[in-house]
Design a protein around this ligand. Structure first.
Ligand code: KIV
Ligand code: NA
Length: 275
């Protein structure tokens, strides 16, 4: 199992870090077998697994339920779990209660929070408590409705400077890694150069220290709206669709189950039954 220190070494050595989301036992198992460095139980769970149209409805209970299933599928991989909407913006007590529950009950190695500003104090509080923290800057899905939707962030010099300052503040508060979402590639390079902790990009170009993608987007598994920055590396949706259609037609036409699927009762038992 890698540690937070290993990821900082990978950045120094220019070795790309691969993060992928997973949400349950089989997806975690396949992610681990593929050799990803970090599994993220993202609150994208809300969209790709639970069928909501944003991450807002996802609860701490949801993250514990799916985070612990993910851990059971990937015992050897560094596991990060998202804190969901509303679980870290109230009192320090509430934040600490939810963070400790998610961290303890899922067996995660770290938690992830969106934003800087007031969240910087929360990063300090949680790392001080002993919970490693991944920050998340750029496009922040949990507050997308405040900025008018899912848009590319940091396009002006002013916004870019703010983002660089925010990244430095997250590092100073104790975050060991930052996810950077949906920003110009030039800014991705700048942020990666401005801090000594690894920057994991999604829609942030090739100049970051690593990449993260959503599992279902990566293999085209029931994902609907796919952003420009996503590449589908397989099409399992079509494979599953074809397989399920075959199952339906095989039962309908009587070709399934076949002789090899059946169990047999001995002749004498049949005679005893019917006489
Ligand atoms: O929830 C999620 O999947 C994420 C990644 C897109 C970084 O936060
Ligand atoms: Na997320």
């Amino acid at each position: 199992m890698k540690s937070t220190v290993d990821f900082i070494k990978m950045k120094k050595a220019n070795e790309k870090i691969v993060m992928l989301t997973a949400y349950d036992y089989p997806s975690a198992k396949l992610a681990e077998e593929a050799g990803v460095d970090i599994i993220l139980v993202g609150d994208s769970l809300g969209m790709v697994v639970l069928g909501y149209d944003s991450t807002i409805a996802v609860t701490t209970e949801d993250m514990i339920h799916h985070g612990s299933a993910t851990r059971r599928g990937a015992k050897e991989t560094f596991l990060v779990v998202d804190m969901p909407f509303g679980s870290y913006h109230g009192s320090a007590d509430r934040t600490l209660t939810d963070a400790v529950r998610i961290f303890q009950q899922t067996g995660a190695n770290a938690l992830k929070l969106e934003g800087a500003g007031n969240v910087v104090d929360t990063i300090r509080l949680l790392t001080g408590t002993g919970i490693p923290i991944v920050a998340h800057l750029g496009l922040l899905p949990q507050s997308a409705s405040v900025v008018g939707g899912y848009k590319v962030q940091g396009k002006t010099a002013e916004a870019a400077q703010q983002l660089i300052d925010d990244a430095r503040a997250c590092e100073a508060a104790g975050a060991f890694m930052i996810v950077l979402e949906c920003i110009p590639y030039q800014l991705g390079e700048q942020v990666a150069a401005a801090v000594s902790i690894p920057i994991i990009g999604i829609g942030a170009g090739a100049g970051t220290d690593g990449q993260v993608l959503v599992y279902h987007d990566t293999v085209k598994y029931g994902s609907h709206h796919v952003p420009k920055f996503v590449e589908a590396f397989a099409d399992v949706g079509t494979v599953i669709h074809e397989g399920l259609k075959k199952y339906v037609s095989s039962v309908k036409d009587g070709s399934f189950p076949a002789e090899r699927h059946r169990f047999t009762m001995k002749e004498e038992e049949l005679t005893a039954l019917y006489g």
